[in-house]
Design a protein around this ligand. Structure first.
Ligand SMILES: NC(=O)c1ccc[n+]([C@@H]2O[C@H](COP(=O)([O-])OP(=O)(O)OC[C@H]3O[C@@H](n4cnc5c(N)ncnc54)[C@H](OP(=O)(O)O)[C@@H]3O)[C@@H](O)[C@H]2O)c1
Length: 212
Protein backbone atom coordinates (compact mmCIF):
# COMPACT_ATOMS: atom_id res chain seq x y z
CA UNK A 1 0.00 0.00 0.00
CA UNK A 2 1.18 3.55 -0.70
CA UNK A 3 1.47 5.44 2.56
CA UNK A 4 2.61 9.04 3.17
CA UNK A 5 3.70 10.66 6.39
CA UNK A 6 3.29 14.31 7.32
CA UNK A 7 5.44 14.64 10.42
CA UNK A 8 8.42 12.33 10.88
CA UNK A 9 9.39 12.99 14.50
CA UNK A 10 9.15 10.42 17.29
CA UNK A 11 5.76 9.01 16.26
CA UNK A 12 6.14 9.38 12.50
CA UNK A 13 9.56 7.77 12.27
CA UNK A 14 8.56 4.79 14.45
CA UNK A 15 5.44 4.05 12.40
CA UNK A 16 6.96 4.87 9.00
CA UNK A 17 9.96 2.62 9.66
CA UNK A 18 7.83 -0.33 10.77
CA UNK A 19 5.27 0.06 7.96
CA UNK A 20 8.10 0.19 5.46
CA UNK A 21 9.64 -2.95 6.99
CA UNK A 22 6.21 -4.60 6.66
CA UNK A 23 6.45 -4.06 2.89
CA UNK A 24 4.54 -0.82 2.33
CA UNK A 25 5.74 1.93 0.02
CA UNK A 26 6.26 4.76 2.49
CA UNK A 27 7.01 8.35 1.54
CA UNK A 28 7.77 11.19 3.90
CA UNK A 29 6.35 14.61 3.20
CA UNK A 30 8.69 17.08 4.84
CA UNK A 31 8.69 20.86 5.09
CA UNK A 32 12.49 20.64 5.41
CA UNK A 33 14.05 17.51 3.86
CA UNK A 34 17.21 18.05 5.93
CA UNK A 35 15.58 18.57 9.33
CA UNK A 36 17.05 16.67 12.28
CA UNK A 37 13.87 14.56 12.38
CA UNK A 38 14.15 13.59 8.71
CA UNK A 39 17.85 12.73 9.02
CA UNK A 40 17.25 10.67 12.14
CA UNK A 41 14.36 8.79 10.49
CA UNK A 42 16.57 8.02 7.48
CA UNK A 43 19.32 6.74 9.75
CA UNK A 44 16.91 4.09 11.07
CA UNK A 45 15.08 3.47 7.80
CA UNK A 46 17.22 4.58 4.81
CA UNK A 47 14.65 3.12 2.39
CA UNK A 48 12.15 5.92 3.18
CA UNK A 49 11.65 8.37 0.31
CA UNK A 50 11.58 12.04 1.29
CA UNK A 51 9.79 14.68 -0.78
CA UNK A 52 7.56 17.71 -0.40
CA UNK A 53 4.34 17.19 1.52
CA UNK A 54 2.25 17.66 -1.64
CA UNK A 55 4.31 15.16 -3.67
CA UNK A 56 4.29 12.58 -0.88
CA UNK A 57 0.54 12.78 -0.46
CA UNK A 58 -0.45 12.85 -4.13
CA UNK A 59 -0.20 9.13 -4.83
CA UNK A 60 -0.77 7.86 -1.28
CA UNK A 61 -3.90 5.96 -0.32
CA UNK A 62 -3.27 6.49 3.36
CA UNK A 63 -1.73 9.62 4.90
CA UNK A 64 -0.46 9.60 8.48
CA UNK A 65 -0.69 12.97 10.22
CA UNK A 66 1.95 13.01 12.96
CA UNK A 67 2.55 16.70 13.56
CA UNK A 68 2.14 18.71 16.76
CA UNK A 69 -1.62 19.25 17.12
CA UNK A 70 -1.26 23.03 16.77
CA UNK A 71 0.52 22.54 13.40
CA UNK A 72 -2.21 20.38 11.84
CA UNK A 73 -3.94 23.15 9.93
CA UNK A 74 -0.77 24.50 8.37
CA UNK A 75 0.60 21.04 7.58
CA UNK A 76 -2.63 19.98 5.88
CA UNK A 77 -2.70 23.21 3.84
CA UNK A 78 0.52 22.05 2.16
CA UNK A 79 -0.96 18.66 1.33
CA UNK A 80 -3.07 19.64 -1.68
CA UNK A 81 -6.13 17.55 -2.44
CA UNK A 82 -6.94 14.88 0.11
CA UNK A 83 -10.14 13.90 -1.61
CA UNK A 84 -11.03 10.27 -0.83
CA UNK A 85 -7.82 9.62 1.09
CA UNK A 86 -7.61 8.00 4.49
CA UNK A 87 -6.00 10.29 7.04
CA UNK A 88 -4.67 8.56 10.13
CA UNK A 89 -4.80 11.21 12.82
CA UNK A 90 -2.01 10.43 15.28
CA UNK A 91 -2.15 13.86 16.89
CA UNK A 92 -3.11 14.70 20.45
CA UNK A 93 -4.52 18.05 21.60
CA UNK A 94 -2.63 18.39 24.84
CA UNK A 95 -2.95 21.63 26.76
CA UNK A 96 -1.11 23.21 29.69
CA UNK A 97 -0.87 21.06 32.81
CA UNK A 98 -1.82 17.90 30.90
CA UNK A 99 -5.34 19.04 30.07
CA UNK A 100 -7.41 18.67 26.91
CA UNK A 101 -6.33 21.57 24.70
CA UNK A 102 -9.86 21.98 23.30
CA UNK A 103 -11.38 21.87 26.80
CA UNK A 104 -13.13 18.61 25.84
CA UNK A 105 -15.73 20.66 23.94
CA UNK A 106 -14.74 18.98 20.69
CA UNK A 107 -12.20 16.25 20.03
CA UNK A 108 -9.00 16.79 18.12
CA UNK A 109 -10.14 13.99 15.79
CA UNK A 110 -13.31 15.89 14.89
CA UNK A 111 -11.35 19.10 14.41
CA UNK A 112 -9.03 17.32 11.95
CA UNK A 113 -12.05 15.87 10.10
CA UNK A 114 -13.44 19.44 9.86
CA UNK A 115 -10.17 20.64 8.34
CA UNK A 116 -10.37 17.94 5.63
CA UNK A 117 -14.05 17.12 5.07
CA UNK A 118 -13.20 15.47 1.73
CA UNK A 119 -11.02 12.87 3.47
CA UNK A 120 -11.81 9.96 5.80
CA UNK A 121 -10.14 10.59 9.14
CA UNK A 122 -9.35 7.69 11.44
CA UNK A 123 -7.91 8.43 14.85
CA UNK A 124 -5.27 5.82 15.70
CA UNK A 125 -1.83 5.42 17.26
CA UNK A 126 -2.53 8.06 19.87
CA UNK A 127 -3.19 6.49 23.26
CA UNK A 128 0.36 5.38 24.05
CA UNK A 129 3.86 6.81 23.85
CA UNK A 130 5.95 6.43 20.71
CA UNK A 131 8.15 3.85 22.47
CA UNK A 132 5.36 1.33 21.92
CA UNK A 133 5.13 2.21 18.24
CA UNK A 134 8.83 1.41 17.89
CA UNK A 135 8.30 -1.96 19.60
CA UNK A 136 4.81 -3.40 20.08
CA UNK A 137 5.97 -6.85 21.25
CA UNK A 138 4.69 -8.05 24.62
CA UNK A 139 6.15 -11.52 25.14
CA UNK A 140 4.61 -13.71 27.80
CA UNK A 141 0.93 -13.02 27.13
CA UNK A 142 0.26 -15.84 24.67
CA UNK A 143 -1.92 -14.63 21.79
CA UNK A 144 -3.10 -11.53 23.67
CA UNK A 145 -2.04 -8.38 21.83
CA UNK A 146 -1.90 -4.81 23.06
CA UNK A 147 -5.05 -2.92 22.11
CA UNK A 148 -5.12 -0.06 19.62
CA UNK A 149 -8.32 1.91 19.94
CA UNK A 150 -9.41 3.65 16.77
CA UNK A 151 -12.31 5.94 15.80
CA UNK A 152 -13.67 7.31 12.54
CA UNK A 153 -16.81 7.85 10.49
CA UNK A 154 -15.99 5.62 7.52
CA UNK A 155 -16.14 1.87 8.06
CA UNK A 156 -14.01 1.00 5.04
CA UNK A 157 -11.30 3.42 6.12
CA UNK A 158 -11.35 1.93 9.62
CA UNK A 159 -10.99 -1.58 8.15
CA UNK A 160 -7.89 -0.46 6.25
CA UNK A 161 -6.39 1.18 9.33
CA UNK A 162 -7.29 -1.86 11.46
CA UNK A 163 -5.31 -4.06 9.03
CA UNK A 164 -2.30 -1.75 9.39
CA UNK A 165 -2.65 -1.96 13.18
CA UNK A 166 -2.62 -5.77 12.99
CA UNK A 167 0.45 -5.76 10.76
CA UNK A 168 2.21 -3.65 13.38
CA UNK A 169 1.34 -6.06 16.18
CA UNK A 170 -1.79 -4.43 17.65
CA UNK A 171 -5.31 -5.66 18.30
CA UNK A 172 -7.42 -2.96 16.65
CA UNK A 173 -10.62 -1.99 18.47
CA UNK A 174 -13.17 0.11 16.60
CA UNK A 175 -14.70 2.40 19.24
CA UNK A 176 -17.15 4.15 16.91
CA UNK A 177 -17.38 7.40 14.95
CA UNK A 178 -14.85 10.21 15.02
CA UNK A 179 -16.51 11.88 18.05
CA UNK A 180 -15.18 8.93 20.11
CA UNK A 181 -11.75 10.51 19.62
CA UNK A 182 -12.52 12.63 22.65
CA UNK A 183 -12.40 9.57 24.88
CA UNK A 184 -9.24 8.32 23.18
CA UNK A 185 -7.64 11.70 23.81
CA UNK A 186 -8.51 11.41 27.49
CA UNK A 187 -6.94 7.93 27.48
CA UNK A 188 -3.78 9.61 26.21
CA UNK A 189 -3.84 11.99 29.16
CA UNK A 190 -4.40 9.01 31.47
CA UNK A 191 -1.46 7.16 29.89
CA UNK A 192 0.86 10.16 30.23
CA UNK A 193 -0.14 10.75 33.85
CA UNK A 194 0.20 7.06 34.77
CA UNK A 195 3.60 6.83 33.12
CA UNK A 196 5.13 10.14 34.11
CA UNK A 197 3.46 10.84 37.46
CA UNK A 198 2.66 7.37 38.86
CA UNK A 199 5.80 5.57 37.75
CA UNK A 200 4.36 3.06 35.30
CA UNK A 201 7.02 2.51 32.63
CA UNK A 202 6.66 3.78 29.07
CA UNK A 203 6.02 0.17 28.04
CA UNK A 204 2.50 0.43 29.50
CA UNK A 205 -0.29 -0.58 27.12
CA UNK A 206 -3.80 -1.92 27.64
CA UNK A 207 -5.40 -5.09 26.29
CA UNK A 208 -9.06 -5.99 25.87
CA UNK A 209 -10.82 -8.91 27.58
CA UNK A 210 -14.48 -9.55 26.75
CA UNK A 211 -17.12 -12.09 27.81
CA UNK A 212 -19.72 -12.96 25.18
N1 LIG B 1 5.52 11.52 21.39
C1 LIG B 1 4.64 10.57 21.66
O1 LIG B 1 4.95 9.62 22.40
C2 LIG B 1 3.26 10.61 21.05
C3 LIG B 1 2.43 9.46 21.11
C4 LIG B 1 1.19 9.48 20.48
C5 LIG B 1 0.79 10.62 19.79
N2 LIG B 1 1.61 11.72 19.76
C6 LIG B 1 1.16 12.89 18.98
O2 LIG B 1 1.76 12.74 17.69
C7 LIG B 1 2.10 14.02 17.16
C8 LIG B 1 3.60 14.04 16.84
O3 LIG B 1 4.31 13.85 18.03
P1 LIG B 1 5.89 13.61 18.01
O4 LIG B 1 6.28 13.37 19.42
O5 LIG B 1 6.26 12.65 16.95
O6 LIG B 1 6.40 15.08 17.56
P2 LIG B 1 7.86 15.52 17.11
O7 LIG B 1 8.84 14.48 17.45
O8 LIG B 1 8.04 16.90 17.63
O9 LIG B 1 7.74 15.59 15.49
C9 LIG B 1 6.87 16.49 14.89
C10 LIG B 1 6.99 16.40 13.38
O10 LIG B 1 6.02 17.30 12.82
C11 LIG B 1 6.67 18.14 11.85
N3 LIG B 1 6.02 19.45 11.81
C12 LIG B 1 5.91 20.36 12.81
N4 LIG B 1 5.24 21.45 12.38
C13 LIG B 1 4.93 21.21 11.07
C14 LIG B 1 4.25 21.95 10.07
N5 LIG B 1 3.73 23.16 10.34
N6 LIG B 1 4.13 21.42 8.84
C15 LIG B 1 4.65 20.18 8.57
N7 LIG B 1 5.30 19.43 9.47
C16 LIG B 1 5.44 19.94 10.71
C17 LIG B 1 8.10 18.25 12.33
O11 LIG B 1 8.86 18.64 11.20
P3 LIG B 1 10.43 18.98 11.26
O12 LIG B 1 11.12 17.67 11.06
O13 LIG B 1 10.61 19.93 10.12
O14 LIG B 1 10.70 19.60 12.60
C18 LIG B 1 8.35 16.82 12.82
O15 LIG B 1 8.70 15.98 11.73
C19 LIG B 1 1.68 15.04 18.21
O16 LIG B 1 0.42 15.56 17.88
C20 LIG B 1 1.62 14.23 19.51
O17 LIG B 1 0.69 14.75 20.44
C21 LIG B 1 2.83 11.74 20.36
Amino acid sequence: MKIAFIGIGKVGSALAGNLSKAGHEVTVGARDPYSENVLSALEHAPQLKVMTIRDAVISAEVVFLATPFEANKEALLHAGSLNGKIIVDCTNPIGPGLTHLLKSEISGGESVQKLVPEAMVVKAFTIYGYENFIDSHYPGYGTLKPAMLIAGNDDKAKTTVAELCKELGWEPIDTGDISMSLHLEHMTLLWIKMVHMKGFGTGLTWAMLTRR
